[in-house]
Design a binder for this molecule. Structure first.
Ligand code: PHE
Length: 341
């Protein structure tokens, strides 16, 4: 029996050590230590031993059981460690592999042109204002001298929110002139960029939504010469020193005298081409001396103060700046187009 126990011990220990997996190990546990296992089978024969032999053999059997159990435990831990090691190795992240590049967007060409324009005006001491796109018709029309019956108030031109024509999508950034006069101390030097809305069909030069940059100066002794000098300086800064401009007489209800300012066509340099519709010039903005009545309505004495105002079309400014010949490209958001700037 002693020999039997020694054999079981040796066989079990080497089997445990050689086990390849937890499943194998469990099978071995059953084989050696289970109820119908080899060790139990030997212990069952204890009854056949003499009373003197029994204690020593019992002790030996217990020792073998303890040795087997401890070896089983060690083998099991070893297998767990190996499994963990394997898992860690399989899941390892190589931090030295180069990452996937992320596509970064950039500013829209129209906003690049706007930022350039803002920079120029800020350098001249202007403040940039932001105003509401949903505006009172009182500020968009009445306070700007376009009273009842003015053609631009027609439903075919303007988006109203109510039957009373009280609230509308602003059709120009000029109501910002009124908001500035009502809220700022004199003298005033502001620009106000933003979206405006008119009922126009979309084509190469029109859109029901577009952008204007309104500007206004009010001070003592301000004249049309300041208006021309300032606008020429801004346009040359944007488009280059050799840029030609043309001031044409025009009519706006809120300025008197009024003018429109054109720049020479970038495509044909004045010769006439499809981009400028054969004119040689591209209209860029409206401007003029603020009408005395508009100053009076804001509580400013036109005998003491004078001022001028202008409104750039921002899309046109960007189109001239980047030599874009179709307005629709600005709004279509085709990245193949946008990536060129
Ligand atoms: N608001 C005018 C327009 O939309 C432009 C303008 C602005 C003219 C300021 C004069 C002064 O056409």
């Amino acid at each position: 029996m002693k020999e039997q126990l020694a054999n079981i011990r040796a066989a079990a220990l080497s089997a445990f050590e050689g086990a390849k997996s937890k499943v194998d190990l469990d099978a071995l546990r059953v084989q050696y230590l289970g109820k119908k296992g080899e060790l139990t089978a030997v212990l069952k024969q204890m009854g056949k031993l003499s009373a003197e032999e029994r204690p020593a053999m019992g002790q030996l059997a217990n020792e073998v059981r303890a040795a087997l159990e401890s070896a089983l435990d060690t083998a099991s831990k070893k297998l767990e460690e190996a499994a963990l090691e394997h898992k860690l190795r399989a899941e390892a992240v190589d931090v030295t592999i180069p990452g996937k590049p992320v596509d970064l967007g950039h500013r829209h060409p129209m906003y690049i042109a706007l930022d350039e324009m803002k920079e120029i005006f800020i350098g001249m001491g202007f403040t940039v204002l932001d105003g509401p796109e949903v505006e009172l018709s009182e500020l968009n029309f009445d306070r700007l001298n376009a009273g009842e019956g003015h053609p631009s108030r027609d439903w075919s031109d303007t988006f109203y929110f109510d039957r009373d024509e009280r609230v509308m999508l602003r059709s120009q950034t000029s109501p910002m002139q009124v908001r500035a006069m009502d809220s700022m101390p004199l003298p005033i030097r502001i620009i106000a960029p933003g979206r405006v809305y008119r009922k126009d069909e979309v084509d190469a030069t029109h859109s029901p939504m577009f952008h204007q940059v309104e500007g206004m100066v009010i001070d003592k002794g301000v004249t049309m010469a300041d208006l021309k000098g300032t606008l020429n300086a801004v346009i040359k800064k944007m488009y280059g020193e050799d840029t030609q401009t043309r001031f044409r007489p025009h009519h706006f209800p809120f300025t008197e005298p009024s003018c429109e300012v054109d720049v020479q066509c970038h495509k044909c340099r004045g010769a006439g081409c499809p981009t400028c519709k054969g004119e040689g010039w591209i209209e860029l903005l409206g401007a003029g001396m603020i009408h005395p009545h508009v100053l009076e309505m804001a509580g400013i004495d036109p005998e003491v103060y004078s001022g001028w105002a202008f409104g750039f079309g921002l899309e046109r400014t960007a189109m001239r700046r980047f030599k874009i010949d179709d307005l629709r490209l600005i709004f279509e958001n085709d990245v193949r187009f946008l990536e060129q700037f």
